[in-house]
Design a protein around this ligand. Structure first.
Ligand SMILES: [Zn+2]
Length: 361
C-alpha cells in the first residue's frame, strides 16, 4: 500500500482513526515521490543531498577493495548510474548536482575513491563517448539528464497516473495538451524545461523509433479532451468540431464521422483495403498478431489518430490549416520511418504488395 493522506488542523487521534480505517499512511510534508521531494520550484542541492550522500557512502565502501580500472568502470556504470537514473527519472536534477555526481564518478574511476584526481590521463567526455569512437561507452550525465527529461515528457503524454502528472494537467495545461501549451512564467522550473524540449520530444517520439501508441488507446477509451467532454465539464461552451466546424466534436465525430477525418482515413486505407466497415471494432480485434499487415495497420491507426488530433489542436490554438493530403503524407512518412529496414518476408505476396503500397525499404 503506497497511498498516503495529508491533513491540516485535524487532531492526532482522528488522524490515527483515519489511518486505521483506511490503511493509508499519514503523510509528511514536503510530499515525497519515491524519495524525491515534490516541489514546484527548482530542486536545490539541499533537496538532492541524500543522493550525493548515498553515492559517497558507496564509494567509501568500494575504495577498500582495490579494484582494477575495469572493475571500477563496471561499478560506475552499473551502480552509480543506476542510482542517478532512478532519481532523475522522477524529477529533473539541477545541473550543479549533475556536475557533482559526474565529479564523484570521475574520481572513483581514476583513483578508486572520492579524493580529487590530479592529472587525469583522458578527459571525462572522452571516456563517456561511444566505444566505437575510442571511449569506454559511459554516457555523459548531462546527456543522460536530457534523456530523463524526455522520459518525463513521455510519461506526461502517456498520462501515467502519478500525482505530479495529474497536477500538471489539472493546474498548468488545463484545456490544452503538452504540444500546445505555452511556456508560462508561473510554471515550475521543471515544467518550463520540459516544455522547451517540445521539438526534441516530437523528433524523438515521431521520427526515429517511438511511434507512440497511447493516443490510439485514449481514443478507444474516449479519454481525449474533445469539446463535448469540455462542455460537460463546463470548461468551454462551444462544442463545434475543430476540424469541420459542422458537427458536434466528440470522439466518434472527430475520428469517424468528421468529413476531414473521413478523407484522411479513407485515403490511408485505400492502399490496403477496398472497403472499411466498423473501423474501430475491426481495429481492436486486429491489434493482435505480428504480420506485416497488422503492424502497418497499428501504425496507420496510431498515426491517423495522432495527426488528426494534432491538426485539430493546430487549428484551434494556432489557426493553421493543412489539407487532408498533408496529414496522409505525415502518416505514411511515420510508417516508413518506423518500418525502415525492419525484417519483412518478401516472398509472401501480401507482404510484397504492402511494401509497394507503403514504399517500404
Ligand atoms: Zn468535424
Amino acid at each position: 500500500m503506497k497511498s498516503e493522506f495529508f491533513a491540516s488542523g485535524v487532531p492526532e487521534n482522528s488522524l490515527q482513526q483515519i489511518h486505521l480505517a483506511t490503511g493509508f499512511k499519514i503523510g509528511q510534508l514536503p510530499v515525497r515521490y519515491l524519495g524525491v521531494p515534490l516541489v514546484t520550484q527548482k530542486l536545490t542541492s539541499k533537496d538532492c543531498s541524500t543522493l550525493l550522500v548515498k553515492i559517497k557512502s558507496m564509494i567509501d565502501k568500494w575504495s577498500s577493495r582495490h579494484l582494477s580500472f575495469g572493475g571500477r568502470l563496471q561499478l560506475v556504470k552499473s551502480i552509480l548510474f543506476n542510482i542517478f537514473g532512478y532519481w532523475s527519472r522522477q524529477l529533473v536534477l539541477p545541473k550543479g548536482v549533475i556536475i557533482d555526481i559526474e565529479k564523484l564518478c570521475m574520481r572513483f574511476f581514476w583513483r578508486g575513491n572520492d579524493i580529487p584526481a590530479k592529472g587525469a590521463r583522458v578527459s571525462w567526455s572522452q571516456i563517456c563517448c561511444l566505444k566505437s569512437e575510442g571511449g569506454l561507452g559511459l554516457r555523459k550525465l548531462t546527456d543522460w539528464s536530457k534523456a530523463c527529461c524526455l522520459l518525463l515528457v513521455r510519461k506526461i503524454l502517456a498520462d501515467e497516473g502519478s500525482l505530479w502528472i495529474a497536477w500538471i494537467k489539472g493546474y498548468c495545461f488545463k484545456t490544452v495538451d503538452y504540444w500546445n501549451v505555452g511556456c508560462k512564467l508561473h510554471f515550475s522550473w521543471i515544467l518550463r524545461k520540459l516544455i522547451k524540449l517540445k521539438d526534441e520530444a516530437r523528433r524523438l517520439f515521431w521520427s526515429a523509433t517511438n511511434l507512440v501508441q497511447f493516443k490510439a488507446w485514449m481514443v478507444i477509451l474516449d479519454r481525449l479532451p474533445t469539446r463535448d467532454r469540455l462542455v460537460r465539464f463546463g470548461v468551454v461552451t462551444d462544442d463545434a468540431c475543430g476540424l469541420c466546424a459542422a458537427g458536434q466534436e466528440s470522439r466518434n465525430h472527430l475520428f469517424l464521422d468528421c468529413s476531414y477525418a473521413k478523407e484522411v482515413w479513407g485515403t490511408i486505407l485505400l492502399h490496403v483495403f477496398r472497403c472499411w466497415n466498423d473501423a474501430l471494432r475491426w481495429l481492436v480485434s486486429s491489434l493482435k498478431g505480428k504480420s506485416l499487415l497488422v503492424r502497418i495497420l497499428k501504425l496507420a491507426w496510431t498515426g491517423f489518430v495522432y495527426f488528426v488530433w494534432e491538426e485539430r489542436n493546430r487549428r484551434i490554438f494556432r489557426g493553421v490549416i493543412r489539407p487532408a493530403e498533408e496529414i496522409v503524407d505525415r502518416v505514411r512518412e511515420a510508417i516508413r520511418i518506423k518500418m525502415y529496414r525492419s525484417h519483412v518476408n518478401r516472398l509472401d505476396n501480401v507482404n510484397r504488395r504492402l511494401c509497394l503500397a507503403w514504399d517500404l525499404i
